[in-house]
Design a protein around this ligand. Sequence first.
Ligand code: GDP
Ligand code: MG
Length: 292
Amino acid sequence: HQNIKVALIGNPNTGKTSVFNQLTGLNQQVGNYPGITVERKQGFCNLPLGFKATILDLPGTYSLNASSLDENVVIELLMNKNDKDFPDVVVVVTDVENLKRNLLLFTQIKDLELPTILVINMSDRMELKGITLDIPYLEEQLKTKIALVSSRKKLGIENLKKLIVDYNKVSTEPCLNASSIDTEYFGGLKKAFPNQLLYKLWLVITQDVNFANLDRKAIETHNFAKTPSELKRLQQKETIKRYQFINDVLKVGRTIDTENAKDFRSKLDRVLTHKFWGYVIFGAILLLIFQS
Ligand code: GDP
Ligand code: MG
């Protein structure tokens, strides 16, 4: 049977390592990426129907707009189809309490047109926080398969394994087209490089990364290279567009019922806003009555 290569990617503290440990158990190897001190963790996992997977736990990254060595490791891997670690499927891990921020990276990876599964981790916190999710709606809008997981409570891991086995059924379509970020700029790019993936091209232009068969000189002759300030403006524009999209999706696909949240802070908030002031006023009236 085929050995499926899986890349685990996500913002820091979304529970990537916890999911990795659940998938791989003690079958782990820890090393470093050549030339840099970034830790490289790889593990092995038995899947249903006799399939096997090699899981790579990548360094936490906020976006594909690289600003650190850690983030570069992720970009370099996803840019280079010839890399021995190039994944068959990407698993993006998010934290149910920070979905909005976490989905930024997810939409960027979807733009690379790789099969991408979304893990929404820490599902054990949903009741506490009054969060409910419309998973079919989210799957439809984000054009992906979702595994709702609690790596702490060991819930949803088997379902995630099944989704990995069926990675061929996960859509490779972007959920947000790069061209919607700047129609004119990306339109020009598409004309000059008809056979290249737009978002990948843009990453090559904006980040200092290479990938197979792309002539950097060609980018310069077509005058697509931008000044640092222009690039910054384009990147900001990208972030805004992506958050608009994510906001719209979450507005329908997620509800947060703070009235019924069971965590201590929500309870305290409710007490302080309603009952607390009631007691204070009642006490003050009693005090006035007794004093008169
Ligand atoms: P990473 O930075 O993405 O690798 O995240 P870690 O796996 O190190 O987890 C970050 C924190 O989240 C740790 O304190 C974990 O114990 C906690 N955590 C991970 N998974 C879960 C989960 O399913 N539920 C809850 N409540 N906490 C979790
Ligand atoms: Mg980690």
